[in-house]
Design a protein. Structure first.
Ligand SMILES: [Zn+2]
Length: 284
C-alpha cells in the first residue's frame, strides 16, 4: 500500500471520529453503546459526621461530581447534570454553590466538544433531586424527562425542599415527561440501559445500569453510597430520607452486582472518579 492511500485512509478515519464531527457540527449516533464521563466539579464536604464516618476512616472528604452521557444508536440519555450551573461558572474561573460545591468546567462546553448540543439530548434523568445532581437541568428542558412520581412531587413541592435548588430545574415543569412506574425502566428497549429503582437516600432515588460491549456492565450509583468507605464499613448516613429503604436498596443492588458482575461506579467517590476516562474519551 503506498503512503498516499494510507494518508487518505487516515483522513477518513479521523473525519468520522466524534471530535471531528464536533468540529464539523453534530455528532452522529454511534453504532454501539457509549458512556461519556464529564467533570462537573467537586464537593469539599465541611462535616463528614452525617455519613457516620470518622476522619481517619476515609481517604478524603472530597466528593466528585461527574455528569454522564449515554449515547445509544437510538438516542441519548443525560444522567445527573452537576451541582454548579454553567451560568455560574465565570470564563477561566471557578463557579461555587452552597460554599462547598465548585466547578471549573462547563457541561455545555464539554458536550459541544463531542458534537452534542443540549437540544440534541433525547432523555434526561437524575439519580435524585438533590442540588448537587440537578445543576444544569434547565439546559435540557427540551429533552424527555424520565422521573419517578415521588421525586417529581418533592421537586415542585411548596415550600421547596432545602436539599435542592428549584431555580436550577424550574424549566422542567413544562418538559415532555415520562412518569416511571416500573422498578426497572428499559430506556431504549434492548436491555442495555436500565434505570433501576433504589429508594432510601431520597423518596424515589434510582441507579443506572449500562451494559457496554467492551467494558462490560457498569452501574452508576447515584447516592446509594457517597464515600466508598460507606460500602466497606456498611455505614448509613443519618440524613437519608428513609434509612431502612436504603439498607434494602443497598442489599438489592449488591445482589444485582453479584449476579451481573457489573462494576459499581460510586459517583461521589473522588479517587474512583479521578481514575475514569473523561470525555472526549468514552467507554464502549
Ligand atoms: Zn449527591
Amino acid at each position: 500500500m503506498n503512503s498516499k492511500i494510507l494518508q487518505l485512509m487516515l483522513v477518513v478515519i479521523l473525519a468520522t471520529t466524534p471530535v471531528a464531527m464536533a468540529q464539523q457540527g453534530k455528532a452522529q449516533p454511534p453504532s454501539s453503546l457509549r458512556l461519556y464521563v464529564f467533570d462537573c466539579g467537586k464537593l469539599d464536604i465541611p462535616d463528614i459526621t452525617p455519613y457516620q464516618l470518622k476522619k481517619e476512616e476515609i481517604a478524603t472528604n472530597l466528593m466528585s461530581v461527574p455528569c454522564f452521557l449515554v449515547a445509544h444508536p437510538k438516542g441519548t440519555l443525560m444522567w445527573d447534570v452537576g451541582a454548579v450551573p454553567d451560568s455560574a461558572i465565570p470564563p477561566g474561573g471557578t463557579g461555587t454553590l452552597r460554599v462547598y460545591g465548585t466547578s471549573t468546567k462547563k457541561l455545555g462546553t464539554q458536550l459541544a466538544a463531542i458534537g452534542y448540543s443540549p437540544a440534541d439530548i433525547t432523555y434526561l434523568a437524575f439519580s435524585h433531586f438533590h442540588w448537587d445532581h440537578i445543576g444544569n437541568a434547565n439546559m435540557f428542558a427540551k429533552s424527555t424527562w424520565l422521573v419517578r412520581k415521588l421525586e417529581r412531587d418533592i421537586m415542585f413541592a411548596d415550600p421547596p425542599s432545602p436539599r435542592t435548588e428549584p431555580a436550577n430545574y424550574s424549566a422542567l415543569k413544562d418538559s415532555k415527561t415520562v412518569i416511571v412506574t416500573q422498578s426497572d425502566y428499559d430506556v431504549f428497549g434492548d436491555g442495555s440501559v436500565v434505570i433501576k429503582s433504589a429508594p432510601g437516600h431520597s423518596p424515589d432515588h434510582q441507579v443506572l445500569f449500562v451494559n457496554l460491549a467492551k467494558t462490560g456492565p457498569v452501574l452508576l450509583s447515584g447516592d446509594l453510597y457517597h464515600y466508598p468507605e460507606e460500602r466497606k464499613l456498611k455505614r448509613i448516613p443519618t440524613t437519608e430520607f428513609n434509612p431502612s429503604q436504603t439498607i434494602a436498596s443497598r442489599a438489592a443492588v449488591e445482589a444485582f452486582l453479584e449476579k451481573t458482575h457489573a462494576q459499581l461506579w460510586i459517583q461521589h467517590d473522588f479517587m474512583g472518579t479521578a481514575k475514569l476516562k473523561k470525555s472526549p474519551d468514552f467507554y464502549d
